[in-house]
Design a protein around this ligand. Sequence first.
Ligand code: G1P
Length: 295
Amino acid sequence: MTTTPRKIRKAVFPVAGLGTRFLPATKAVPKEMLTVVDKPVIQYAVEEAAEAGIEHFVFVTGRGKGAIEDHFDIAYELEATLKARGKTAEIAQLEATRPAAGAASFVRQQEPLGLGHAVWCARDIVGNEPFALALPDMLIHGPRGCFAQMMDVYARHGGNVIAVEEVPHEHVNRYGVVALAGDLGNATHRISGMVEKPKLEDAPSNLIVSGRYILQPEIFAKLETQKPGAGGEIQLTDAMIALMAGQDFFSYRFEGTTYDCGDKIGYLAANVALALARPDIAPKFRPVLEKLTRE
Ligand code: G1P
């Protein structure tokens, strides 16, 4: 069954994770607020969604995540001080990264029951419409945002669209892994199966779910009754498998590079790669980096 494409207006960002891999940095600071060059990790995903035409940003937060709300609010004292000092460029930068009034919602996941549960916590805010979902740890850098690319696939095919990429076989057990059926052109395939964190020998491919999804609202009913899966957590992948019985799922191999900022090496790589991609920073940073790597 093909679902006629409806405009995607909302994006969900699960940001309730504890960030234990980044302790002690994440003791008092949400992991999503760690900076890559000069922006918090979460802002890259929000900007990617905005570039794709998303109008409303839904954050699934938890205790200790207040800095994320503050980040997307007006910093009144700061902005008044900047204005008094004539710092117009800085004010413009803050304004550019702020959702419009009423365009950001925050809902708490009260218990860490898994990604599927976190997404389900957004059901009332999303309502009965298709939505985008971004796992902000996966920072995707490329000439065009991953969501903008996925919107084109969605406009052509409708249904549910999952961004995928290849990883070395020995890493597939860290991710959701897809099995593909028909090649539809434009780096798009029909998905015939999925498995969350398979054993290496059980993985159907080395194509992983990269943390960007366009999903139909019927996923919420599946999540509502979803039993815990891999790691004892309520898994989004399992609910997607259940939804595949009645809806189309398409994979899309996006153009761009993913940095897994939930992992120290990925996070460090993101900082280096994005600094080297910045014309205002790269000329000064490259010689420093070259010197460091020679030592
Ligand atoms: C989640 C998803 C998984 C996906 C991964 C991407 O896993 O469950 O399917 O491949 O994100 O980062 P998590 O990283 O939360 O364990």
